[in-house]
Design a protein around this ligand. Structure first.
Ligand code: GTP
Ligand code: MG
Length: 194
């Protein structure tokens, strides 16, 4: 897909703020700080369209981005598993993610991001199983691949595959927002999702 234009539609804290659109929508989920917002910027060739931060817990709303005047809508979800927020706040984010996944009919795929350096945690496993239970295909992007030597990528991918019990080939892709590894491949995937 050629990205000609991208813009923020809305940051939604409540479902009544979700934009009315009829195009394909794809959401990115994952632990706080895994690189969801950075991946969106990398894919869309924008430096700071989605706000990123070195400190986890940056994205706290469901953020909708329009690509090429609604050829595609990309959604940045709040991260889960950020320890340093109150229980109440955590529950609020969790509810926000759940509500979005339940309500959004035009949602075609939820892509789970995990950090390539670490074995996925319990929250990731729960999230992944949950995504699959909704009937989505279970695509996984392993972020920050620039942080490990190239020769170790396969080994790390294998660990993630095992932990998440991914059987199918091609469902997990190493990615880097820093050196843009597999950027074209991910864009191609997004474009070709049913
Ligand atoms: P929340 O909004 O808190 O859920 O986090 P997020 O998943 O949106 O993460 P974000 O994109 O804000 O990135 C978190 C930190 O990781 C930032 O300091 C980014 O610069 C860094 N980061 C993200 N992707 C990459 C990557 O591919 N490589 C490297 N080296 N750093 C990355
Ligand atoms: Mg974010």
């Amino acid at each position: 897909m050629k990205i000609k234009k991208s813009e923020l539609i809305i940051t939604a804290g409540r479902p009544d703020q979700y934009p009315v659109t009829s195009c394909k929508e794809i959401a990115f989920a994952g632990k706080s700080n895994v690189g969801k917002s950075s991946l969106i910027n990398a894919l869309l060739d924008r430096k700071n369209l989605a706000r990123t931060s070195g400190a986890p817990g940056k994205t706290r709303t469901v953020n909708f981005y329009s690509v090429n005047d609604n050829e595609l809508v990309i959604v940045d979800l709040p991260g889960y598993g950020y320890a340093r927020v109150s229980k109440k706040e955590k529950e609020k984010w969790q509810k926000m993610i759940e509500t979005y996944l339940h309500k959004r009919e035009q949602l075609r795929e939820v892509i789970l991001l995990v950090d390539i350096r670490h074995e996925p945690g319990e929250n990731d496993v729960i999230m992944y199983d949950w995504i699959k239970s909704f009937g989505f295909s279970g695509l996984v992007i392993a972020t920050k691949s620039d942080k490990i030597p190239k020769g170790k990528i396969d080994k790390h991918i294998k660990i993630i595959k095992n932990k998440l019990a991914i059987e199918e080939e091609g469902l997990i892709i190493p990615f880097s927002s820093t050196n843009k590894l597999n950027k074209k491949e991910v864009l191609y995937l997004l474009e070709n999702l049913e």
